[in-house]
Design a protein around this ligand. Structure first.
Ligand code: BGC
Length: 427
C-alpha cells in the first residue's frame, strides 16, 4: 500500500466540447451528419482496425444495436448541456472537481460572417462566471473541430481566409470574455487529428484525401493558434494560453526489426507529436496534452499486443501517459493533461485505467516535471464524432430520452481522488 498524493492546488477536472454535448448546433458537422448517418449506420461493424480478434467481436456485440441505428449518428439534442449546463457544473463541483474544460461554439457566436449573437455570448459568459462562483477553473477552447457553415462554404481550413475569419472571432471573444478573468485558454483542439481525419484520411468533413491539403490545413491551424494566442494575450497578458495537442506514445517493438522499428517510431513521433509544437513555439504558456493512444510499431505497422481494450478497440496501456508527459517535458513549460479517457460502457476499466495512469503522472511529478492538472475526458457520455453516441466516454452516463445523469462507479471513485488530492494505491 502506498499513499499517492498530488501537489497542493493540483487541478482535478473534466473536459468536454460544445458539439459533443450541447445539442441544437447548426454547423458543418451537423450538416454532414445528416448526409452521412445512413452510410455510417450501414458501414458499422466489428472494429476491424484495432480489435480484429475475438475480443473485437465481443466488444462489438455490446454496442452493435446502437451503432446500427441511424439516429446514433445525428448529434441532435446532444445530451442537453446547453440547457442543463448549470446542473452539470453543480454536479462537477459536488464531485470535488476544480477544473472544467468546454468549448465556445463558433457557429453560435458568429452564425453569419460578421454577425455576432449577443445571446450566445451571454451564455458562455455565464458559464465562465458560474465556474468561478463554484470554485472551478474554466478551461475555454476556441476551436474544437466545428465550423460555422459559412466558414465551410468559403473553403474551411484550406482557405487562408479562414485564418483571418478565426482571428476576428478570437478578437471578439477576447474583448468580451478574456478581461481579467483567471481562465485557461486552449485555442485549437488536436490540430493534427482534425487535419489528418478530415483532409488526409477522408473520414471526417469535408472528407478530402490529399497530402497537399493536409499540410496546408496544418499550416493554417498553426497560424490560427498564433492569432488566437495573440488575441487573448493582447487583452489579458496574464491569461494562460495554449492549445490541446494530442500525443501518441509510439513504441518500437524489440524484435529482430528493432532498428527499423525505432526509425519508424521516431518518424511517427516527429510527424504526429512534435510537428505542431514546433510550429507554435514561443506561443504557449503551458503544454495542453491530450493523450489516448499507445502504438507498438513492428515492421512499420501498429502491432499492439497488450490488453485490455476500450469499447473502441483502443489498447489500454496506462504507462503511456507517463511516457508522453516525459516527452513533452522538453518544452520546459507547465504541463496540464487536457484530455485522457476511454470508451467503456460497462465501466469495467475506467477506475483502474485512471488510477494506473495517475501513478505515472505522480512519477513524472516526482522526477521534477511540473504537471499541474488532470482533466478526464469526459464528464458526460457524448457524441463521438463519426461514431456517434454509442462509445461511452462519460464518468456520468446520460439517458438521452430523459437527459437524466447517473454517476458511474468510476465517477464516484474519481470524485474521491479529487477530494483527497490522491489515493491509496493497493497494488
Ligand atoms: C477529441 C475529443 C474526442 C476524444 C475521444 C479527442 O481526440 O478531442 O473530441 O471525443 O478524443 O475520441
Amino acid at each position: 500500500m502506498a499513499e499517492i498524493k498530488f501537489p497542493d492546488g493540483f487541478l482535478w477536472g473534466v473536459s468536454t466540447a460544445a458539439h459533443q454535448i450541447e445539442g441544437g448546433n447548426y454547423n458543418d458537422w451537423s450538416v454532414w451528419e445528416k448526409k452521412n448517418a445512413q452510410r455510417l449506420a450501414n458501414e458499422a461493424g466489428p472494429l476491424k482496425d484495432y480489435a480484429n480478434g475475438p475480443l473485437g467481436k465481443k466488444l462489438w456485440e455490446i454496442n452493435a444495436s446502437e451503432a446500427k441505428n441511424i439516429q446514433n449518428y445525428i448529434s441532435g439534442h446532444g445530451v442537453g448541456h446547453y440547457r442543463l449546463w448549470k446542473e452539470d457544473l453543480k454536479m462537477a463541483q459536488k464531485m470535488g472537481l476544480k477544473a472544467f474544460r468546454f468549448s465556445i461554439e463558433w457557429s453560435r457566436i458568429e452564425p453569419k460572417r460578421g454577425i455576432y449573437d449577443e445571446t450566445a455570448l451571454k451564455h458562455y459568459r455565464q458559464v465562465i462566471n458560474e465556474c468561478q462562483k463554484l470554485g472551478i477553473v474554466p478551461f475555454v477552447s476556441l476551436f474544437h473541430w466545428t465550423n460555422p457553415v459559412w466558414v465551410a462554404e468559403q473553403g474551411g481550413w484550406l482557405n487562408p481566409q479562414t485564418v483571418k475569419s478565426f482571428k476576428l472571432y478570437c478578437e471578439y471573444i477576447a474583448k468580451k470574455l478574456a478581461g481579467r478573468r483567471p481562465c485557461y485558454w486552449l485555442v485549437v483542439n488536436e490540430p493534427e487529428v482534425i487535419a489528418a481525419q478530415a483532409y488526409l484520411l477522408g473520414e471526417w468533413p469535408p472528407q478530402e484525401k490529399s497530402f497537399i491539403s493536409w499540410r496546408k490545413v496544418l499550416k493554417h491551424l498553426a497560424q490560427a493558434h498564433i492569432v488566437g494566442y495573440k488575441a487573448i494575450k493582447d487583452v489579458n497578458p496574464n491569461a494562460q494560453v495554449s492549445s490541446a495537442i494530442n500525443n501518441t506514445y509510439f513504441e518500437p517493438a524489440k524484435t529482430v526489426l528493432y532498428p527499423f522499428n525505432k526509425l519508424a517510431a521516431l518518424l511517427a513521433d516527429q510527424f504526429m507529436n512534435k510537428n505542431f509544437f514546433a510550429k507554435i513555439k514561443g506561443h504557449m504558456d503551458f503544454v495542453g496534452l491530450n493523450h489516448y493512444m499507445h502504438c507498438v510499431i513492428n515492421g512499420g505497422i501498429f502491432k499492439n499486443k497488450n490488453e485490455p481494450r476500450s469499447d473502441l478497440g483502443w489498447y489500454l496501456y496506462p504507462q503511456s501517459l507517463y511516457k508522453t508527459v516525459q516527452a513533452v517535458a522538453r518544452y520546459n513549460l507547465p504541463v496540464i493533461i487536457t484530455e485522457h479517457g476511454l470508451a467503456d460502457k460497462r465501466d469495467k476499466y475506467r477506475d483502474w485505467f485512471i488510477r494506473q495512469s495517475l501513478l505515472g503522472l505522480k512519477q513524472a511529478i516526482s522526477e521534477g516535471i511540473d504537471v499541474r492538472g488532470y482533466l478526464h475526458w469526459s464528464l458526460l457520455d457524448n457524441f463521438e464524432w463519426d461514431k456517434g453516441y454509442w462509445p461511452k466516454f462519460g464518468l456520468v452516463s446520460v439517458d438521452r430520452k430523459t437527459m437524466k445523469r447517473t454517476l458511474r462507479p468510476s465517477a464516484k471513485a474519481y470524485s474521491q481522488i479529487a477530494k483527497n488530492n490522491g489515493f491509496i494505491y493497493k497494488g
